[in-house]
Ligand binder design. Structure first.
Ligand SMILES: [Zn+2]
Length: 164
């Protein structure tokens, strides 16, 4: 059982570039006053990643992940250092374990494009993370912004069907 099958995270999780990560499956979760939102008050998770959004989200994000680096909860932080200090209270000793990925923005975007098959709005060229929603059809892909620009006079009541 000594083999280490733990895989590093992908360069991008949920449209955010991973800058640092840690394996915490053997650190007992310590309930403590958290700087984070209720959403992030998950108990034990085996993986943690600190990532910077590719889009317009401010500041770094903390992803609480399962073994496959699927995010179970997300919190935001002022800085990477502040995130690490806050996480240390919940996972004592994690400060020794952070591994920096050195993933560049170019690498992250290349990974993102491969994961989304290069999906972009046919009209403005934006990627899905840069727009609120994007619609694919056999002939064209259009984002919510362009729909509203083209059909701005119509207050569509089927807005939720535009995708997320
Ligand atoms: Zn567009």
């Amino acid at each position: 059982m000594s083999d280490d099958h733990r895989n590093p995270p992908p360069p991008v999780i949920d449209a955010a570039r991973v800058v640092s990560y840690a394996f915490v499956d053997d650190i007992p979760y310590c309930q403590s006053g958290s700087l984070f939102t209720d959403e992030a008050m998950v108990a034990q998770v085996p993986r943690l990643a600190i990532a910077v959004g590719l889009g317009a989200q401010p500041g770094p994000l903390v992803f609480y992940c399962d073994e496959e680096w699927i995010s179970l909860a997300i919190a935001d932080a002022e800085t990477v250092e502040q995130a690490k200090q806050a996480i240390e209270r919940n996972y004592p000793g994690v400060s020794e374990r952070w591994i920096d990925t050195h993933v560049t923005l170019e690498e992250a975007l290349a990974y993102y494009d491969s994961e989304t098959a290069g999906l972009r709005c046919s009209f403005c060229g934006k990627r899905p993370f840069e727009v609120e929603g994007i619609i694919e059809s056999p002939t064209a892909t259009i984002c919510r912004n362009c729909v509203e620009e083209f059909y701005g006079d119509f207050q569509t009541d089927g807005g939720d069907e535009l995708g997320n």
